[in-house]
Design a protein around this ligand. Structure first.
Ligand code: MSP
Length: 676
């Protein structure tokens, strides 16, 4: 069986998922499902890129350890993928790769050693150690040359032209990859094979970049400066440059250099590997990655396809500053996943930038899906229910009835439609094989329009009234239903759920995800098939209502952001803290501790709680007994001096020595009453 390996970039685990992540993963998912239908043994990878200074800093900013940081983002991304059925359970990716996986460490080290053991095409050592002085941009994870930064008036530290953030000065020992020895071989490989880098415009950019001259690449950082990374084999003072670590994931995930993933069989998938990436990271995936692979003696992937960026409706870059970020969560709550998938594939020509606006999304969903495919399906199937007792009729028109068919504007020759469908199928396959999703879909929608037109013009609601038109009506209904079956198979990778749904409504129950569009045969839909229960598949979207909901969400978020700026917390946040009235029943000093008192506190529960309080210097055990106090009752229990404390007693902290003054009550209150 032929194999097909498709990868998305592994996304940085420093920030929350956004539309860009959703996009590349959705397109890859479509290709993955399409290739599966075509009979390929497929493997689909997505995941997170979890090392480097960028992640280390995000962790510091968020007061997390780096591990907590990457676990958090990987978790959020997985949740998002599950929402959009891009995960394993939804029939999506085969692996969610994480570069903190143990097996990845193993595999990358093998990869590094393999590069180091070979010599360059010019006979030099591939990796060497030197001293490095340069400016580094953490968000780009890239060293910057003079043309890539600016020094602003009155400032000493240059800023990256992409992020406009001050750069880091790096002056340290580093391992270098001798990239300068790879220009010729890279050019040869890229020029020889026009599919290696796509689209053509990007390929040309890479060619001119290489022709402009390649400089050796620093591929390690001193551990004392960047601690969150994979050690360089044999040198514990250095960690690998994050891109060496990240790019290698495409190999380690399928079993290169490690036992854990070995059974996937990396070589069998690698021989037909395709990387989908945004144009922002094409250079890494071609110039660097190809050179690393050549150095390690491993074949290049078949294609690196650089798609464009989603811009906002006005054509501006999306970002925090402009506040025009599209949140996957909002899309999930307000839109149907299949409608969104269709929009993403149809609206942006793969390889060019595209504009994303909710209005366009709604318009497309209404025009192409609700009114288009959805309407075709529901009107056809409901006519079968109404006019033919829910049984798919035989569509043959006998010669003696040709005359009536013609009168109704229906061609007696079924073959006309069949050949249109067959050529549409060929076109669709050609375009999808070539990753031109928009054009493939456009071709299919022409067929939808054609069938719609036949229905409208032949007016089955009139044909039913005319005995002579029995066969004409049958033909119209059969042809529409059989076309619908074809459309379901063709469109399945793009809209997995809705096509399954329509397919079941036609009354068919085979597994559509395994039907190869190339094998579709006209007439396989048997007359007499009992159609299933019919229901609308694509809801009509109310633009005003949706836009209002989006605005409200935006407002909520703005308010939350403002509150965060003022250090306010929401009432929900406050209610997370459970404050209760307690009465100290017993109290003793904790042996060997100057500060701690051990109290037994009645919180109105079955048993009193043991709570330790650091008040011994200011309150004696006798002072405490009998006092009504305030306790944080849902604090995670923790151990102090070997004893468990099951809550916290509240006190004001006064003066320079932080003297505790117990919070208590002026009136009598029952134990266990909640403070709010
Ligand atoms: N970690 C690296 C990739 C390492 S791969 C070995 C990285 N991560 S990232 O989180 O920044 O993701 C970048 C990718 O997100 C882009 O290549 C693209 O696939 C996607 N997108 C980010 N913004 C996008 C848009 N505005 N529009 C479309 N896709 C975009 O780079």
């Amino acid at each position: 069986m032929n194999t097909f390996y498709i990868t998305t970039p592994i996304y940085y685990a420093n920030s929350l998922p956004h539309l860009g992540h959703l996009y590349t993963t959705t397109v890859s998912d479509v290709v993955h499902r399409y290739k599966k239908q075509r009979g390929f043994e497929t493997f689909f990878l997505t995941g997170t890129d979890e090392h480097g200074i960028n992640i280390q800093r995000a962790a510091e900013d968020n007061k997390r350890t780096p591990q907590e940081q990457v676990d958090f983002v990987a978790g959020e991304l997985k949740k998002m993928f599950a929402d959009f059925r891009l995960d394993e359970a939804g029939g999506g990716y085969d692996i969610f790769m994480r570069t903190t996986n143990e097996f990845h460490y193993e595999g990358v080290q093998v990869f590094w050693k393999q590069m180091a053991e070979n010599s360059t095409p010019k006979g030099n050592s591939t990796i060497y150690k030197d001293f490095y002085k340069a400016w580094f941009c953490a968000p780009c994870a890239e060293f910057k040359t003079e043309t890539e930064y600016e020094i602003r008036e009155g400032e000493e530290i240059p800023r990256c032209l992409v992020h406009e953030k001050p750069l880091d000065r790096v002056e340290e020992e580093s391992y270098f990859f001798r990239l300068s020895d790879y220009s010729e071989i890279l050019l040869e490989k890229i020029e020889q094979n026009e599919n290696l880098i796509r689209p053509e415009s990007r390929r040309n950019e890479i060619i001119s970049f290489i022709k402009g001259g390649l400089q050796d690449l620093s591929i390690s950082r001193e551990k004392k400066n960047v601690s969150w990374g994979i050690p360089v084999p044999g040198d514990k003072d250095h960690v690998m440059y994050v891109w060496v670590d990240a790019l290698s994931n495409y190999l380690t995930a399928i079993g290169f250099g490690n036992k854990t993933q070995e059974n996937i069989g990396w070589e069998k998938f690698w021989q037909n590997a395709h990387h989908f990436v945004g144009k922002d990271i094409l250079r890494f995936h071609t110039v660097y990655w190809f050179s690393f692979l050549i150095a390690a003696g491993i074949e290049l992937p078949k294609t690196v396809f650089a798609h464009g960026m989603w811009l906002d409706g006005d054509g501006r870059k999306m970002g925090k500053t402009l506040g025009n970020i599209i949140k996957p969560q909002v899309l999930h709550e307000l839109f149907q996943t299949d409608g969104l998938r269709y929009f993403l594939l149809r609206e942006m020509s793969f390889g060019r930038d595209g504009k994303f606006s909710y209005e366009n999304l709604i318009e497309r969903a209404n025009a192409d899906l609700a009114k288009g495919l959805g309407n075709l399906s529901s009107r056809t199937l409901s006519m079968i229910t109404k006019y033919r007792d829910g049984l798919v009729p035989d569509g043959t028109i006998h010669e003696e009835n040709f005359i009536y068919a013609k009168r109704a504007g229906v061609s007696p020759d079924e073959q006309e439609l069949v050949s249109v469908l067959e050529s549409t199928r060929e076109e669709f396959i050609r375009e999808f094989d070539d990753f031109n999703f928009g054009s493939g879909l456009e071709a299919v929608w022409k067929v939808i329009a054609r069938i719609d037109k036949t229905i409208t013009e032949s007016a089955p609601w009139n044909l039913i009234k005319d005995e002579d038109q029995e066969e004409t009506l049958n033909a119209v209904l059969y042809r529409a239903t059989e076309t619908l079956r074809w459309l379901c198979v063709l469109l399945h990778p793009v809209m997995p759920e809705s096509t399954k749904n329509i397919y079941a409504q036609i009354g068919l129950d085979d597994d559509i995800s395994k039907l190869d569009p190339a094998q579709l045969k006209w007439g396989d839909l048997k007359p007499g098939t009992k159609i299933g229960e019919t229901a609308p598949v694509f809801p009509r979207l109310d633009q005003n209502k949706i836009m209002k909901a989006i605005e409200e969400k935006q407002e909520e978020e703005n308010e939350a952001a403002k509150a965060a700026e003022n250090n306010y917390i929401s009432i929900d946040d406050f209610f997370k803290v459970e404050l209760k009235v307690g009465e100290v029943l017993e109290c003793e000093s904790v042996p060997k501790s100057e500060k701690l008192l051990e109290c037994k506190v009645d919180l109105g529960e079955e048993d009193p709680r043991q709570i330790l309080a650091g008040m011994a210097q200011h309150y004696s055990p006798e002072d405490m007994v009998g006092k009504k106090i305030v306790v944080v009752s849902n604090l995670k229990p923790r151990k102090m001096m070997g004893m468990e404390s099951q809550g916290m007693i509240c006190a004001a902290s006064v003066g320079e020595d932080d003297k505790p003054v117990l919070a208590t009550f002026l009136e009598d209150v029952p134990n266990g009453a909640r403070l709010k």
